[in-house]
Write a protein that binds this ligand. Structure first.
Ligand code: ADP
Ligand code: MG
Length: 249
């Protein structure tokens, strides 16, 4: 479909004997927030890895804005505007918040020393704006290691925004975050979507969060697409409930 920013069709990914993704298809329309849920080990992170080019897929197609990207490398895909955050938080603890954003722009890889001396004013300006959007304007000069865990999650998303994503993939952004900070994260994600026009694909276990964010949710189980629908439909879906209950020890 022309109005899909991301179209995953029949994607499979195998690790030795483990079929981590089996013929998964999903669509992420321009400007939408789409959710991805499923028990641990159901293949969610694997699918993200395949989308951003970290894995070579064994079958299927991945189209970004109409263009096949499944044979492209990670940096080429990132340049097209497809950016991810990680399940494990990754901030530079000894750097302050502003510095964390400045080292997140692609040209920072030329070397940190060169960066500090040649940092264009407009990049610093944008970093400040993004920190403001993330509600971290008062923590600008604070070391990332001294932030709360929830604030580190906000910072990580702010870092991803420095790459000017068109589609942002978020892997369990609220995992381990306290309820108050979860509200801040939801607000940030909604702002990113509504005010910056960035499309989101979000892995999230918390259905209450999903209700507030996503218009459409896909559910994986054991590497297969189990169900899809509105958050309300998914919450009431018997197969989804069984998949989650069945996954508990
Ligand atoms: P989820 O993110 O839904 O918890 P994953 O995508 O991380 O699930 O894992 C799906 C399955 O693929 C699991 O059985 C996991 O052990 C396996 N898997 C994931 N990554 C690798 C890898 N790099 N090598 C081997 N097996 C992997
Ligand atoms: Mg995962």
């Amino acid at each position: 479909m022309m109005n899909d920013l991301l179209a995953v069709r029949g994607v499979s990914k195998r690790f030795g004997g483990v079929l981590a993704n089996h013929e998964i298809s999903l669509r992420v329309p321009h400007g939408s927030i789409v959710g991805l849920i499923g028990p641990n080990g159901s293949g969610k992170t694997t699918l993200f890895h395949s989308i951003v080019g970290y894995h070579q897929i064994d079958g299927g197609s991945i189209r970004f804005d109409g263009r096949e990207i499944s044979r492209l490398r990670v940096p080429e895909i990132a340049r097209l505007g497809l950016v991810r955050t990680f399940q494990q938080t990754r901030v530079f603890g000894k750097m302050n918040c502003l510095q964390n954003l400045l080292v997140s722009v692609p040209h920072a890889r030329e070397g940190l020393a060169a960066m500090w001396t040649r940092q264009p004013a407009d990049v610093t300006q944008r970093a400040r704006q993004i920190l403001h959007l993330a509600g971290l304007q008062d923590q600008l000069g604070q070391r990332a290691a001294d932030l709360s865990f929830g604030q580190q999650k906000l910072l990580e998303i702010a870092m991803a925004l420095m790459n000017e994503p068109r589609l942002l993939l978020l892997d369990e952004p609220t995992a381990g975050v306290n309820p108050v900070m979860i509200e801040s994260l939801i607000t940030l994600l909604r702002d990113i979507n509504a005010r910056l026009g960035i499309t989101l694909l979000v892995i999230e276990h918390n259905m209450r969060v999903m209700m507030q964010l996503a218009g459409h949710v896909y559910c994986l189980a054991q590497g297969e697409l189990l169900a899809q629908g509105s958050p309300a439909q998914i919450t009431g879906n018997r197969k989804v409930i069984e998949a989650y209950l069945g996954a508990q020890p």
